[in-house]
Design a protein around this ligand. Structure first.
Ligand SMILES: [Zn+2]
Length: 464
């Protein structure tokens, strides 16, 4: 059935309202959601810029975060874009069928409930505020101003540098954190009265001299290895201009904002899918042909394999998350499910609620890719499956690289913690990132790492 835009709009609004009252009656709890019907090219813009704001920039690399917010739902062809906040923003593509958009509406309400009630989302919303779209708009205007003042090329080059470091933030710290102390605190008086130095502490002139020299001691920067590279470069880049600092902090802000979406991907998509399935099932006001179309969409969303494949080499978070929530609700009740949705992120969710029986039922396995033998199943042990699912999620999916030192001539020393990562870096890509950092830092940049065989390497920026 094809509908005119105004018909679609009208019927969607009607179903939307009724689905919302159904959602309230079954206990979904969320901030208001602003739904907007948008043309398909709007979604492409979001795919390029990350936020639905025209930013004068084209990012050449694949931004991981983009894949998260602009993703087709499972193995369906429907795209969903939803920004948590107060209000939340949900976008529906006007080329979707009415059944598809009805499903997306119910799905977004599930996300809205998750975003309001999950602890990780709440912590990050408190830091980043709840008006991401307005925030991104203001940011885009500042960047446009920078383009007028400094030219497209300079702004793009700097944005590329900041985007290359996008996941390199310290999520244990606050979004707004103070600068390092500039001076070392004078050491507390030592209680070692019997020691040699203790006995001679009271020689005339000694104390004053010692304390004066202590006061003058400036603190090293950074005082400890620093993993928030965006923050560090924004504040300590020796020649960074204000607009450049702004760009780095804007990228950092988005990185914080999207972290819960990243860290709760399986739980959150599973939760939204559980709720769209349930709300549609209970929506007795939907015409039966529309309901059946929506059920077909749903089965594509939760299909474990793409296309004709017989096995999945990557998990479909909609499939795994949905199956896990269905079972949790069935075995432990909805109240317990709500507590789990409040307390966990994907790490706790997968480790505590994906058991051997369910992994087997879902056909999950760990595979190995060998260049000569192709792909081979390497195991069905549930612990290995859990860790394989979680491995790409540690540290925002990025290698652990920290600022180790800033030398007197301004050289920036970056250190890769290859032991924690369990492997070295792809040296070619790492060299490109070093060059990106150098663009903003403008003094030499060094990166210490190991190669794929574990041999130490030091990559050094070259003058542009
Ligand atoms: Zn979703």
């Amino acid at each position: 059935m094809s509908l005119s835009q105004s018909d679609m709009n009208e019927r969607l609004q009607d179903y939307g309202k009724r689905i919302e009252s159904l959602a309230h009656s079954v206990g979904l709890d969320y901030y208001p959601v602003d739904f907007e019907l948008v043309p398909n090219n709007f979604m492409n813009e979001v795919a390029i810029y990350g936020l639905p704001i025209r930013m004068p920039h084209w990012s050449f690399g694949v931004r991981y975060i983009h894949q998260l917010i602009r993703q087709s739902m499972g193995h369906s062809r429907i795209f969903e874009v939803m920004f948590p906040g107060n209000p939340c923003h949900g976008y529906l593509v006007n080329s979707n069928t009415l059944a598809e958009n009805t499903l997306v509406t119910a799905h977004v309400l599930g996300h809205a409930d998750f975003a309001k009630n999950n602890h990780l989302f709440a912590r990050f919303a408190e830091m980043s505020g709840t008006n991401i779209v307005e925030h991104a708009a203001a940011q885009a205007h500042r960047i446009e101003q920078a383009v007028r003042d400094h030219g497209q090329q300079r702004v793009e080059a700097l944005l590329d540098a900041a985007l290359a470091l996008e996941p390199h933030v310290d999520l244990d710290q606050e979004l707004h954190r103070p600068l390092y102390p500039t001076h070392l605190k004078p050491a507390a008086p030592r209680g070692d009265e019997d020691s040699f130095t203790g006995r001679f502490r009271h020689l005339p002139g000694e104390i004053e001299r010692a304390e004066a020299s202590r006061e003058r001691r400036t603190a090293p920067i950074p005082p400890h290895p620093e993993s928030d590279l965006l923050w560090f470069i924004a504040h300590y880049g020796p020649e960074l201009e204000d607009w450049e600092r702004d760009v780095f902090l804007a990228v950092r802000y988005e990185s914080f904002y999207f972290y819960p979406v990243f860290a709760c991907n399986i739980m959150n998509e599973g939760w939204a899918t559980y709720w769209h399935a349930r709300l549609l099932r209970e929506a007795d006001f939907l015409p039966s042909d529309l309901y059946l179309d929506a059920v077909t969409c749903h089965s594509n969303v939760v299909r474990p394999f793409a296309g004709e494949q017989q096995a999945a080499l990557a998990i479909n978070p909609y499939h795994v998350g949905f199956s896990m929530w269905e079972r949790i609700v069935e075995q432990q009740g909805l109240e317990r499910a709500r507590e789990i949705r409040r307390d966990e992120d994907d790490f706790g969710f997968i480790r505590n609620y994906l058991d051997a029986e369910l992994a087997e039922k879902l056909g999950l396995f760990v595979f190995e890719a060998k260049s000569d033998e192709g792909i081979k199943v390497a195991g069905r042990d549930v612990n290995r499956i859990r860790e394989a699912i979680l491995a790409p999620k540690f540290n925002y999916g990025a290698p652990r690289i920290r600022v180790g030192e800033m030398k007197h001539d301004g050289t920036l020393v970056l250190v890769h913690d290859h032991e924690a990562d369990g492997r070295g870096l792809d040296l070619e890509r790492a060299a490109r990132v070093v060059q990106y950092v150098h663009r903003a830092w403008r003094r030499p940049v060094l990166l210490q790492t190991v190669d794929s065989r574990g041999a130490p390497h030091e990559l050094r920026s070259s003058a542009p």
